[in-house]
Design a protein around this ligand. Structure first.
Ligand SMILES: N[C@@H](CCC(=O)N[C@@H](CS)C(=O)NCC(=O)O)C(=O)O
Length: 232
C-alpha cells in the first residue's frame, strides 16, 4: 500500500486517520503543493493521477483517488475495526455525516481568499469570502447539535464520519476560529485530539493555531460583534 499525501490537507488527513485506525502499514510519500513547480504536477505523479491531486492511494496495483472513495474502499476491504456500523439506521447516519463534512470544507474555499491581498480581490471573490465567513459558524452549529446526544458525530463510537469531519474541524481551529460558542464541539475537538490515530497522523505544526484568518478578516472588514452572523 502506498499513500501520496500533502501536509496540511484535510483530504489527506482523513485517509491517514483511517489507515491508523485500522492499523494498516503503508508506504508514505509526501508531495509538496506549495513548491514551484508543485510536486503534485510532476510527470511521474501525473502518470499515476492525471489530475495531480492528493491523496492518491495504491493498493495491489490499483490506484484510488478522492479521499471519500479511499476511506470507503479501506472500510470495504479492511473491515476491522469497523468504522461503519452494521445496523442500517446507524450506517445511514455515518455515511450521511461523513459526506456532510464536505460542507465544512466548502466554506473554507472562500476563507482561503484571506491569504490574498485584499485590494486585489474582485467583487466576486470578496462576496465569496464574506459568504464563507458567515457560513462556517452556521455549518459548525449543526455539528455541535449532533453532539447533544452522542459522544461522536454519528453515534456512540468513532466512525468514518469522525475520520472525515475531524480534520475539517481542526482546520477551523488552526485558522483561529474560536469554538467557545460551540462548547460540545470544543470538548469533542479536545477529546479527539488526544486519540492515537489522530495524534499519529496530525500534519506538521497543526498542534497550535496557524495564521489567524478570522482575526485578519475582522481587521479588514470590521462588523458589528453583536450581529447574529458574528461567530465570536
Ligand atoms: N476532492 C479531493 C480533493 C483533493 C485535493 O484538492 N487535494 C489538494 C490538497 S488539499 C491537492 O493535492 N492539491 C495539489 C495541487 O493543486 O496540485 C479529495 O477529497 O481527495
Amino acid at each position: 500500500m502506498k499513500l501520496y499525501w500533502a501536509s496540511g490537507s484535510i483530504p489527506s488527513w482523513r485517509v491517514k486517520i483511517v489507515l491508523e485506525e485500522k492499523g494498516l502499514e503503508y508506504e508514505s510519500q509526501r508531495l509538496r503543493v506549495m513548491s514551484q513547480p508543485k510536486e503534485t504536477k510532476s510527470p511521474e505523479f501525473l502518470a499515476i493521477n492525471p489530475r495531480g491531486l492528493t491523496p492518491t492511494f495504491i493498493d495491489d496495483g490499483q490506484v484510488i483517488t478522492e479521499s471519500m472513495a479511499i476511506i470507503h474502499y479501506l472500510e470495504q476491504f479492511y473491515p476491522n475495526p469497523a468504522l461503519i456500523p452494521t445496523n442500517k439506521m446507524e450506517a445511514g447516519r455515518v455515511l450521511a455525516r461523513a459526506h456532510e463534512s464536505l460542507g465544512v470544507v466548502k466554506a473554507y474555499h472562500g476563507m482561503d481568499l484571506m491569504f490574498k491581498q485584499q485590494n486585489r480581490l474582485t467583487d466576486f471573490e470578496r462576496g465569496k469570502l464574506h459568504k464563507a465567513y458567515a457560513q462556517l459558524p452556521k455549518e459548525l452549529k449543526f455539528w455541535d447539535d449532533y453532539l447533544s446526544s452522542n459522544p461522536y458525530v454519528a453515534g456512540a463510537s468513532f466512525s468514518l464520519a469522525d475520520a472525515s469531519f475531524y480534520p475539517a474541524l481542526a482546520y477551523a481551529y488552526h485558522r483561529g476560529f474560536s469554538l467557545d460558542r460551540l462548547p460540545k464541539l470544543k470538548h469533542y475537538y479536545e477529546r479527539l485530539s488526544q486519540r492515537d490515530s489522530i495524534q499519529k497522523s496530525r500534519p506538521f505544526g497543526w498542534h497550535k493555531a496557524g495564521k489567524n484568518l478570522f482575526e485578519k478578516y475582522r481587521s479588514h472588514y470590521p462588523i458589528n460583534p453583536s450581529s447574529p452572523d458574528h461567530p465570536h
